[in-house]
Design a binder for this molecule. Structure first.
Ligand code: GLA
Length: 373
């Protein structure tokens, strides 16, 4: 294994083990996680592999094959920089919980497509979390590892994300999407195998990441919290009478509420269709989700809108942006025999606008975090 060779070369000796944690794509339930709502992501076949050996001191030595020549030696966690803040944050969160976690030598190898918005950061956090869990005998389950990883990102890295990405990475199951109630944190594996219906879920990586993404994410979250407060509910998840709620709100808070409440219903509707074996029919819900994210939640961008529009024009049953927005990827549900046509149509639409070609992947639900060796 490449990561083991790199471990021997860069850090000397043998790792105690090798772990893998995947990235994710979200089928539906966008910007609902931090509103105590519902999400339906699945783990993708790409992720982060980590070769790890525990240490007898508190030092963390980190090497990433994607950042060659820059070994980071972290003696004081607060000093970790750049990408190293994600793994360092996991140590920070575990130690903060009083868990007996000392240092480690770590080599990281990732293959999540760059800039695709498929949660390479969650994969990195969860890979380190599961390795430390095993090496230090912490006995934590997948959900605990997801929570620790989220806390690393919220309170150490400083990105106020919800729990979806880390939960999908930790709890994903091959051939299944993960239905997660982000309030109770109860989850269920929902069979999702479009190939059994002659379909596939195409990922369209726009290759763009608009600068405003992080600041806007925090602002959307704030809009939602303000709206919930004004409505006198703990979270937008609790809005049952949408029409009445909208009458009490104006401007951005009104739009955000409309999205979150309807998106939660779309998650439930989509699961209902999957259970009925009506995979083709979920396309309409994907489109409705996209329009709501574009017009009510306002987190799309021209590259995502055009990808969705062109995919549908090319014959996709449905498509939507996936993840936080402002770039990253869109997903499209396409019949096998239309996949080429859909890709061609999207490529063409991009070329007409002078944009660089997007890249395409087929996403099949993969297993969540696990030990490889
Ligand atoms: C990002 C966050 C998630 C979630 C999505 C939007 O991926 O990390 O927690 O909020 O955006 O659904």
């Amino acid at each position: 294994m490449r990561v083991v060779d790199a471990f021997r070369e860069n850090l000397g000796g043998e790792p105690a083990g090798v772990w893998h944690a995947p990235g994710r794509v979200n089928l539906i339930g966008e910007h609902t996680d931090y509103n105590d709502g519902f999400v339906l992501p699945f783990a993708v076949p790409w992720g982060v592999t980590a070769a790890v050996r525990p240490r007898e001191d508190d030092t963390i030595r980190l090497v990433s094959l994607q950042a060659p020549g820059r070994q980071q030696v972290i003696e004081e966690i607060d000093r970790a920089e750049g990408w190293a803040r994600y793994p360092a944050g996991v140590f920070w969160a575990m130690r903060g919980d009083g868990l007996p976690v000392r240092g480690a030598d770590i080599v990281i190898d990732g293959d999540v497509p760059q800039g695709a918005g498929l949660s390479s950061s969650a994969a990195l956090e969860v890979a380190v979390a599961i390795a430390l869990n095993d090496l230090y005998g912490l006995g934590l389950g997948g959900l605990e590892l997801a929570k620790i990883s989220q806390r690393a990102e919220n309170d150490f890295v400083g990105m106020p994300c919800g729990i979806m990405d880390q939960a999908a990475s930790a709890l994903g199951r091959e051939g299944h999407a993960l239905f997660l109630d982000c309030r109770s944190l109860g989850s269920r594996a929902v069979p999702f195998d479009p190939s059994a219906y002659g379909m596939r879920l195409l990922i369209i990586n726009t290759g763009v990441h608009h600068e405003l993404a992080d600041g806007q994410y925090a602002r959307r979250r704030q809009d939602c919290e303000n709206a919930a407060k004004r409505l006198g509910v703990a979270a937008l998840r609790d809005v049952t009478d949408l029409a009445a709620a909208l009458q009490q709100l104006t401007g951005d808070e009104r739009k955000r509420t409309q999205h979150v409440v309807t998106e939660n219903h779309r998650v439930e509707a989509l699961i209902g269709l999957l259970r009925a074996g009506a995979v083709q029919e979920i396309g309409a819900l994907l489109i409705a989700s996209h329009l709501s994210l574009r017009d009510q939640f306002e987190v799309s961008c021209p590259e995502l809108d055009i990808a969705v529009e062109a995919a549908v024009k090319g014959g996709a049953r449905g498509a939507r942006m996936t993840g936080g927005g402002f770039g990253g990827s869109a997903i499209a549900l396409v019949a096998e025999d239309k996949a080429d046509k859909v890709q061609e149509q999207v490529r063409l639409a991009y070329r007409e606008r002078g944009w660089a070609d997007p890249t395409f992947f087929t996403a099949t639900p993969a297993a969540g975090a696990r030990r490889l060796a």
